[in-house]
Write a protein that binds this ligand. Structure first.
Ligand code: FAD
Length: 486
């Protein structure tokens, strides 16, 4: 059996390894000269910048890939648990250290609003129920047939999946600051806490279950370890070439064509590339899409875009935690603007990553290495990033100087940024969305792009746009589904 995997994000690499373990002859093709997709690494002037994922949860899903080949993950990667998971900062400069230390958590909640301690306990036990159903039971189930979804509906309704995460959290928690903290998880997978189905409340419990980890040397070291493993087990890796066409005979997939016009025949094609782009651009000579599928595809709503500013400083900021989330005072209005109105809002909220808080190897001695991520509208906005990019960079530096790091600008020694244009043009993602389609109930499970194509025989999907969804645990789970369907 032969399988071609298009794309080397976490989902694509996991798919290649899982198919190889099943005895397939596997070829992995990546457009870029380096692997990782959203988890690529940029190295510049002694600084190592992980471009994307930095919060590593459910590490067993990564370890499993090594264990498939009876290898010890510790020979390839080093994951280190963090003590403070996120430091939340509000406009009034108050802070909240979010962690697995429940005594500390409750102490801080009590200081903000005593009544909410009980609500927090109840919320935790409710999110455990969602986690048991949504993650343990359903994350690696292929939702290919409507009856699988119909079977699950009563349980999903019982878990209040019709509510948003914010509304679920608000039913337990009274204080607005705590509501924001405990409902922010959809943002990690490209969803709006005010509209994302409460099923995504499971992330709150998932973090508690296995902790939050950092990959020493950066997330890029996990990709490096997995690439070493792929080479050892005989997966053929083609880098720096783009798949331009998926070839089919009627509805049966027979192979792919590369941008150098070379064809590779294959029994299966597994796409880690964004599903809407695959259906619209790589299969566009085929007219086999049913009316229902076209309707489903056309009504899809896309996740937000991301502005990510990477910078190194000539001094260290020892007061800054590894992960900081700053809520702007117009939090909801900012989210409404970027998700729905598709316009920029100067009252930004942002996430700041300081890798050097845990790992000094990420920057030269005495320097610090950061990225700051600002959620922005995706490219449905038609924003011209060639002019707005620099303005956004200056805005976020101003905010960080005011909130956290006085005189930051004069200490920055090198920098660059990515906008939704990078996600659209370089990563082939529709509208440059940061996390493919949004994690709404109407776009989850059966309603998402199926792992086994609903149109073509021999075509499969792994990664953020398919079930269960974005985030490293999600895309690794999507690859696990292949074990059941190929
Ligand atoms: C800035 C940022 C921060 C994030 N932080 C976290 C975090 O802390 N924790 C977490 O769990 N998740 C995080 N995420 C989400 C997570 O990174 C992604 O959901 C996940 O990595 C996506 O993996 P994927 O398998 O879908 O593939 P992707 O990473 O999207 O990779 C797809 C690959 O396919 C390639 N490709 C596309 N088309 C073609 C073609 N035609 N031919 C060849 N190759 C092609 C692309 O070049 C790319 O390499 C973050 C995302 C971003 C952007």
């Amino acid at each position: 059996m032969t399988s071609v995997v298009i794309g080397s994000g976490f989902g694509g690499i996991a798919a290649a390894l899982r198919l190889k373990a099943k005895g397939h002859e596997v070829t992995l093709i990546e457009k870029h000269p380096d692997l990782g997709g959203r988890a690529r690494v940029f190295k510049r002037n002694g600084f190592t910048y992980d471009s994307g994922p930095t919060v590593i949860t459910a590490p067993y899903l990564i370890n499993e890939l090594f264990e498939l080949f009876k290898k010890d993950p510790k020979d390839y990667i080093e994951l280190s648990p963090l003590k403070v998971w996120y430091q939340f900062i509000f406009e009034d400069k108050s802070k909240f250290n979010y962690s697995s230390n429940e005594i500390e958590m409750k102490k801080q909640i009590e200081e903000i609003n005593k009544e909410d301690v009980k609500g927090y306990e109840k919320l935790l036990s409710f999110t455990k129920k969602i986690f048991d159903k949504g993650f343990i039971e359903l994350a690696d189930v292929p939702f290919n047939k409507p009856f699988i979804m119909i079977q699950q509906l009563p349980a999903l309704l019982k878990l209040k999946s019709y509510k948003s995460v914010y509304s679920l959290v608000s039913s337990y928690i009274k204080n607005e600051k705590l509501r924001r903290i405990l409902s922010m998880h959809p943002l990690l997978v490209g969803g709006n806490p005010f509209t994302t189905t409460s099923i995504y409340g499971l992330i709150l419990y998932l973090e508690k279950k296995w902790g939050i980890h950092y990959s020493m040397g950066g997330t890029g070291n996990i990709i490096k370890g997995l690439e070493k493993l792929m080479n050892e087990v005989g997966i053929k890796i083609i880098k720096g070439q783009e798949v331009t066409k998926i070839i089919s005979n009627g509805n049966k997939i027979t192979g792919i064509q590369l941008n150098n016009k070379r064809n590779i025949n294959s029994n299966n094609v597994v796409c880690n590339a964004d599903p809407p782009t695959v259906y619209e651009k790589m299969l566009n000579e085929n007219i086999n899409n049913s009316f229902l599928f076209k309707w489903k595809k056309d009504r899809m709503e896309y996740s937000i875009g991301l502005f990510v500013y990477y910078f190194g400083t000539k001094k260290t900021y020892d007061n800054i935690e590894h992960h900081t989330i700053k809520f702007g005072n117009k939090y909801k209005e900012h989210l409404d603007d970027i998700f729905d109105k598709k316009k920029l809002n100067k009252n930004i909220s942002y996430y700041l990553h300081r890798a050097t808080a845990t790992d000094k190897s990420m920057a030269p001695d005495g320097y610090d290495c950061f990225y700051v991520l600002v959620p922005v509208p995706n490219n449905q906005s038609k924003i011209d990033w060639s002019t707005e990019g620099n303005k956004m960079k200056n805005l976020v530096i101003d905010k960080m100087e005011n909130d956290l790091m006085p005189n930051l600008r004069q200490n920055i020694v090198e920098d660059f940024y990515l906008t939704p244009d990078y996600f659209e043009k370089d990563l082939n993602t529709k509208y440059g969305s940061g996390f493919s389609i949004q994690p709404k109930f109407s776009q989850s499970a059966y309603f998402r792009f199926h792992n086994k194509s609903e149109i073509y025989d021999g075509l499969y999907f792994v990664g953020a746009g398919t079930h269960p969804g974005a985030g490293v645990p999600g895309v690794l789970s999507s690859a696990k589904i292949l074990d059941k369907i190929i």
